[in-house]
Design a protein. Structure first.
Length: 198
């Protein structure tokens, strides 16, 4: 499997990890069963809704904090999420990556106006070299990467329904990523980002 980064990290993309039929099934189940919430972020002294819905699930009942938002854990208590989790553990094992992926942050992008700005998944509870495993269901969105020291070094990856993206090694130390807004008429997208809370 080809590493998409030329330097300072490892990113792998499997565009057809799930079939279209499987993707549709998971999209429907996650839309209905996940406990979605609207979080707020404080910027310049004012609170704003973040431009997407989110949910946090953890096998060990572990909370998670990012950008000043503390998320309380939901239990992984429905079959579809458990099935996805077990399949990803097998995928990582076959790639020689040893991770428990004990938690998952889910994002629901309702339309092209929903987005996530440039950031790295570098919170201290993830450890120094976290592995982030990202699944996409629903509408295709562009996933962007840029190097922190060389911001003109960028990569655009169209994440289609059923695609898997794995970021590991030194990626979070040296790269940022985002999903920008789009003016196109576009449907909803669910993104699951599994990670290991240390």
């Amino acid at each position: 499997m080809e590493n998409l980064l030329q330097r300072d990290g490892e990113v792998y993309h499997l565009p057809n990890y799930y079939t279209p039929q499987q993707s549709d099934m998971f999209m429907s189940a996650l839309t209905d069963k996940v406990k979605w919430q609207q979080d707020k972020i404080k910027m310049y002294g004012k609170e704003h809704n973040i431009p997407r819905l989110t949910s946090w699930y953890s096998l060990g009942g572990l909370p998670y904090t990012y950008s000043g938002i503390k998320m309380s854990p939901n239990k992984i208590d429905f079959d579809e999420l458990s099935l996805i989790h077990s399949g990803l553990l097998l995928q990582l094992y076959n790639m020689g990556i040893d991770e428990s992926l004990n938690s998952v942050l889910l994002n629901l992008y309702r339309d092209g106006k929903d987005s996530v700005s440039w950031h790295s998944d570098d919170e201290k509870e993830l450890g120094s070299f976290p592995t982030i495993v990202s699944l996409t269901f629903g509408a295709t969105r562009t996933f962007k990467l840029r190097h922190k020291l060389f911001p003109s070094t960028t990569i655009d990856i169209p994440l289609t329904a059923g695609s898997l993206l794995i970021m590991t090694g030194e990626t979070q130390q040296h790269w940022e990523h985002s999903v920008p807004k789009t003016a196109k008429e576009i449907g909803s997208r669910i993104n699951l980002t599994f990670r290991t809370i240390k």
